[in-house]
Design a protein around this ligand. Structure first.
Ligand SMILES: Cc1ncc(COP(=O)(O)O)c(C=O)c1O
Length: 419
């Protein structure tokens, strides 16, 4: 079956959101699940379509097609690195997604590294880390996160061999609440304690500019499919030394400099190729680079303002429904991106999501691959609201470039009718 993607109408009349940054969609289908996977930006689809006739091997062929594809792949690496403010000596490694990027970093940690995270992280930033990692409790606010990290790193440096590496791994924006984490402050604290810091920017990058240098983080991990670039490429960007010293993430062709006749006679290459064994995902890289180019040229402040107005409308609408309770970690006014999780009192979240789907409104339900945080916030929501009939899982609505006031209003109206 051939599915024709129908371009969504250009979003609103806001020039900053029009033109090169419109997204594809299906008329009548309201997608409020951007945090899971964002729709495809037209520029990503166009870039892939333009390259498809040339589609051939990357770094493997001498023909014109292959050379063009190799060039496109390496240009994409440059574009993506520049977009995220990579330092000249950072590696920009294409991966499948953020999970893959953080697992790669996890495999590249020098022996004896302690990883410090907060319990509010997505599973992708909780599970790849070695035994002995430290998981700090979910803080009450951003300032407490900074204080807690400072105390924990001070303690770690006193207790452990001070020469051993420490990596702090934090999210930029929560996939459950959309709340922003104080990344630059956490980076300052980490570096004061001679620790490195990795930023999980899966939810941050689609909403605000992320710049390694400006934030002074050592690594950043991103998913293309959440950044309007389908075709499945993510990226890990960061310091070269650990990555070049680590065994290859994927052993095989492309990762080697020389392979001898003896079983283990292998010299692995250095640089990004060391961890990109096998034929790379050219189209994913090109799609991601196309979106990075378009976002770099866009008025990000205007996009952000527009999203914040929609988010306020969504939260106000939900807040006015007496049977809806929002989940949050920090205070209600804490800065956040366009993600809201909530429950409908007395209603199973999966049932509500299915009813919304029947009205062509797509949201997410469950614990959002952040089980420790989601369970905790559900408990807090019950205590805060005084309600004993909250369900054990939640709903999540998330917005972005193609979202409109009508989408938000339709969700709120549908929930108002679902008591
Ligand atoms: C904050 C955060 N980190 C990591 C991930 C993992 O992303 P992916 O599934 O693209 O690997 C997600 C996905 O929802 C996320 O929200």
């Amino acid at each position: 079956m051939t599915v024709t993607l129908v371009p969504a109408p250009v979003v609103g009349s806001d020039p900053a959101s029009a033109g090169s940054l419109d997204v594809l969609g299906v008329p009548g289908e309201i997608n409020l699940d951007y945090a899971a996977t964002a729709p495809c930006a037209r520029v990503a689809a166009d870039a892939v379509t333009a390259l498809l006739p040339w589609y051939a091997s990357v770094h493997r062929g001498a023909g014109a097609l292959s050379r063009r594809c190799t060039l496109a792949y390496e240009r994409a690496r440059q574009t993506v690195g520049d977009f995220f403010g990579a330092r000249a000596d950072d590696h920009v490694i294409f991966t499948r997604n953020t999970t893959d990027a953080l697992n790669l970093l996890g495999r590249a940690l020098p022996a004896g590294t302690t990883v410090v995270t907060f319990a509010g992280e997505h599973h992708a930033n909780l599970l790849p880390w070695p035994r002995g990692s430290v998981r700090l409790p979910v803080p009450a606010d951003a300032a407490e996160a900074v204080r807690a990290l400072d105390a924990a790193l001070g303690e770690l440096r006193r207790a452990a061999n001070p020469g051993l590496p420490v990596l702090v791994a934090v999210t930029g924006a929560s996939n459950v609440t959309g709340e922003l984490w104080p990344v630059a402050d956490l980076a300052r604290v980490a570096h004061r304690h001679r620790a490195r810091i990795a930023l999980d920017a899966a939810q941050l990058a689609p909403h605000v500019p992320v710049d390694l240098l400006a934030l002074d983080v050592d690594y950043v991990a991103v998913s293309g499919h959440k950044l309007y670039a389908p075709f499945g490429a993510g990226v890990l960007i960061g310091r070269a030394d650990w990555l070049d010293a680590a065994p290859p993430y994927l052993a095989g062709g492309g990762a080697t400099a020389r392979v001898g006749a003896a079983t283990h006679d292998v010299t692995w290459t250095a640089g990004p190729a060391r961890h990109e064994g096998g034929t790379p995902n050219l189209l994913g890289a090109v799609a991601l680079a196309a979106v990075c180019d378009a976002l770099a040229a866009a008025d990000r402040d205007a996009l952000h303002d527009r999203e914040q107005r929609l988010l306020a409308r969504l939260r106000d609408g939900l807040g006015a429904l007496p049977h809806v309770v929002e989940l949050r970690t920090f205070g209600p006014e804490a800065p956040r991106v366009g993600i809201v999780s909530f429950v409908v009192a007395g209603r199973d979240s999966a049932d509500v999501a299915a009813e919304l789907a029947a009205r062509s409104i797509g949201v997410r339900d469950g614990l959002f691959c952040a089980h420790p945080l989601a369970r905790r916030l559900l408990g807090e929501a019950a205590a805060r609201s005084g309600r004993r009939d909250l369900p054990p899982t939640a709903l999540r609505a998330s917005i972005g470039l193609g979202s409109t006031e009508e989408h938000v209003d339709r969700l709120v109206a549908a929930l108002a009718a679902r008591r």
